[in-house]
Design a binder for this molecule. Structure first.
Ligand SMILES: [Zn+2]
Ligand SMILES: [Zn+2]
Length: 302
């Protein structure tokens, strides 16, 4: 499982940073979160599997988060896509998407299904669920959490303790059967543990938001906007400073924080944002266009 920060600039792109987009690769599927202008070129440049995108989630309808959608849809058509594409977002997503698709003359070789979401909805994929949740940006705006289903893992220490490591009985235990081994009865729960799946949370655009903190709880990766340094946050309504992003990560108890959505005023000085967030949360990295993060499966504790 991998996540890419695809575009990491806020409202206006810079020469090095495109507009908002993030991609999750899970079991061969690609799920895109936001699609700012320039997203498709970046997806191509870093071979992120543009044609494998099955679902696109739009956090809110500010142009820096959706302006790449039409071009991406057209490229999929030119490449002969046949699989359906699903687009989701806050209320009015269906209306805005329909209007956009009515602009110009172009054919479509595949179906597009669009859905307006509300908090509490669950989009169920193969092995995962995506949940939208409301954030504070002055308009209908969501953050999203991507949660892998819980996983059955063998506790290898317990397996060795019981002398089971070479035994075909392991397969039976994994299927939930109780087995007899070496004169003793072994139940699946003796060595199989149900581990929580991996969780990735994306903030979209928001000011520091309690609802986000509760949805981001224990995430493996939180991709959070950090539009500016804290000294000017009062001028940036509906956005978060790097310091606040660090506080959010700390309060939500996430494993890793990835910062994104940088104002162009910090061009080539993004390290200042990293440093500010790092004052309150240690495991923090700057998002870069095309940078990827591998997320390892959870293992039973020894
Ligand atoms: Zn934005
Ligand atoms: Zn916005």
């Amino acid at each position: 499982m991998k996540v890419w920060t695809v575009g990491t600039s806020s409202a206006v792109p810079t020469a090095d940073r495109g507009l908002a987009a993030n991609l999750i690769e899970y079991n061969g599927e690609r799920i895109l979160f936001d699609c700012g202008e320039g997203t498709q070129r970046r997806l191509m440049a870093d071979k992120m599997g543009l044609m494998k995108i099955s679902r696109i989630f739009i956090s809110h309808w500010h142009a820096d988060h959706f302006s790449g959608l039409l071009g991406l849809i057209q490229t999929m058509e030119m490449e002969g896509r046949e699989e359906p594409l699903y687009i989701y977002g806050p209320p009015r997503t269906e209306e805005f998407t329909d209007r956009m698709l009515d602009t110009g003359y172009f054919n479509r070789s595949y179906d597009i299904f669009v859905e307006d979401l509300v908090e509490g909805d669950e989009i169920i994929g193969e092995g995962y669920i995506v949940r939208p949740f409301e954030v504070e940006h002055g308009i209908n705006a969501f953050g999203f959490s991507f949660e892998e289903d819980s996983q059955k893992k063998v506790n290898k220490d317990k397996m060795r303790e019981l002398g089971l490591e070479q035994s075909p009985k392991i397969g039976e235990l994994k299927q939930g059967e109780t087995v007899e081994f070496d004169g003793q009865k072994i139940m699946p729960e003796d060595i199989i543990e149900e581990m929580p799946g991996r969780k990735i949370v994306y903030s979209g655009d928001t000011s520091k938001c309690d609802n986000l903190i509760s949805h981001a709880e224990n995430a493996d990766v939180l991709i959070h906007e950090a539009t500016c340094l804290h000294d000017i946050i009062d001028e940036r309504h509906g956005h978060t400073s790097a310091l606040q992003a660090g506080e959010i990560a700390e309060e939500a108890g996430v494993e890793k924080l990835v910062l994104t959505h940088f104002s162009r005023r910090y061009r080539n000085k993004e390290e200042m944002l990293l440093q500010e967030a790092g004052e309150v949360f240690e495991n923090v990295e700057l998002g870069e266009d095309g940078k990827s993060f591998e997320i390892k499966p959870h293992r039973p504790e020894k």
